[in-house]
Each structure stands twice: as C-alpha cells, then as structure tokens.
Design a protein around this ligand. Structure first.
Ligand SMILES: Cc1cc2nc3c(=O)[nH]c(=O)nc-3n(C[C@H](O)[C@H](O)[C@H](O)COP(=O)(O)O)c2cc1C
Length: 220
C-alpha cells in the first residue's frame, strides 16, 4: 500500500459544486460506498443508509429543497460568515451547480442501529471516507447539510421511513473544472504540546538525539 497516495488524496479533497455532463457508472459509486462503510462507528453500529439518487425528478426535488433553504435561511446568514469566494461558490452551487451532478447520495442514519447520542456522529466518518474515495477516483463531491432544513420533505422524496434520518446530501460527478488546492490553516497553529497554549511550533521537539532510539547494533 502506498501511503503517499492517501496523503495526496487527503490534501486535495475539497468541495465540488459544478459538474461536467459526464455519466458516473455504478461501479464507481459502488467503490465509493464500499470505502464509506469501512469507517468507524459507535459500538460498530454502522447506522448508515445510502440512497443513490439518479432519477432526474427526485434530484430536482432535492436540489429545489437546497435552493429554497439557501434562499429562505442560508444566504442572508452566510453572506457575513463566508469569504466572498466561498460565498460565490456556495451560492452558485445551491442555485444550480449542484443540480448538474448526475448522482446525489443521501446519507442517512438508522436510529435503530445505535445510541441516540452517537448515531449522528457515526455518520460523518463514513461521509469523509466517501469523499476521499470519490477524490481518489477523480470524482467531485461535496458534503452538504442544508437540505436538512426541510428534512421531512427530503425524507419523503426518497421514501425514508420514520426511523431513518437524513444527515447529508452529497452530489457526485466529474468536476466541471479543476478545483485547485484546498485553503487551510497549518495544523501547527492549532496543535498544542501537553497543554493548551503550548503551541506545536513554540515548544522543543520531544525527540532529541539523546532519547532517540539507539542505532541497531552491528556485528563487531
Ligand atoms: C457539516 C458540514 C456542512 C456543510 N454543508 C454545506 C452545504 O450545505 N452546502 C455547501 O455548499 N457546502 C457545505 N459544506 C461544505 C463546506 O462549505 C466546505 O467543506 C468548506 O467550505 C471547505 O471547502 P473546500 O474543501 O472546498 O476547501 C459543509 C461542510 C460541512 C463539514
């Protein structure tokens, strides 16, 4: 297994909100979902359910819910919270870009397979696996939760039973344009040694030559 490859995937994964007019075959979707289920979950309850939505009418309904939630609640709130570039991308995504994805995966949690306090948290590691696998396969994807503002209508659109709650809608498709690198602060600005406040870069490393592992003895 090449560990370089997984770091390259992690370091390039990001939200895609505009998609090429290219079909995504089922075998790629299956690989992405197979990666998703290798995630950790509380008590190994694996509470996830994936609804792979290709049907144009169902996709249109879900995207309409997302656009409505953005128009009625999200846009005004987000304008002052997001950078102008992110705001523009989210705005374009929620008002049409995400609707260009040939597949929407609704990730839901079955409340019967886990403790009520943890079943929701168990879904996000699986979503991260899904996003990383999509990136590794050259697919664009985005974690979105805005449709949860209308979770009843979302559930109805994909026939979820009462015990299964929608958690996220993930558009999947080939990116319309290159996404470029993610913009992230360095881990060092938010990592501390032993106690909060002792920042990673400020403290000396704990591996000094004197306590490093001795050289492997050689035959004399
Ligand atoms: C919990 C959560 C909810 C999110 N919901 C939305 C959403 O509803 N719509 C959207 O366009 N992006 C959504 N995002 C994506 C974030 O905007 C994105 O991860 C962040 O801006 C970083 O983008 P980048 O990976 O492209 O750099 C969500 C991300 C998370 C973690």
């Amino acid at each position: 297994m090449s560990t370089d490859n997984i770091f390259a995937v992690i370091n390039s994964q990001r939200a895609c909100r505009a998609f090429a007019d290219t079909a995504v075959p089922d075998d790629l979707i299956a690989r992405v979902l197979d990666a998703a289920v290798y995630a950790p979950s509380a008590q190994n309850g694996q509470p996830w359910e994936f609804i792979v939505v290709r049907d144009p009418a169902a996709r249109a309904t879900i995207c309409e819910l997302m656009a409505r939630a953005w128009g009625e609640h999200g846009r005004t709130h987000s304008e002052s919270h997001l950078s102008p570039a992110l705001f523009a991308d989210v705005d374009a995504g929620l008002t049409g870009g995400i609707a260009t994805a040939p597949v929407l995966i609704v990730v839901a949690a079955d409340t019967r397979r886990g403790n009520p306090r943890t079943f929701g948290s168990s879904i996000f590691p699986c979503i991260q696996n899904l996003l990383l696998a999509a990136t590794a396969l050259g697919l664009g994807s985005a974690l979105t939760t805005i449709a949860n503002a209308y979770s009843e209508e979302l559930s109805q659109a994909i026939a979820l039973p009462d015990e299964v709650s929608p958690i996220a809608v993930i558009p999947i498709g080939f990116p319309k344009r290159p996404l470029g690198p993610p913009s992230r602060e360095s881990f060092a600005a938010h990592s501390h040694r032993d106690q909060y406040g002792s920042l990673w870069d400020a403290a000396p490393s704990d591996t000094t030559p004197s306590d490093a592992a001795p050289d492997t003895p050689t035959a004399q």
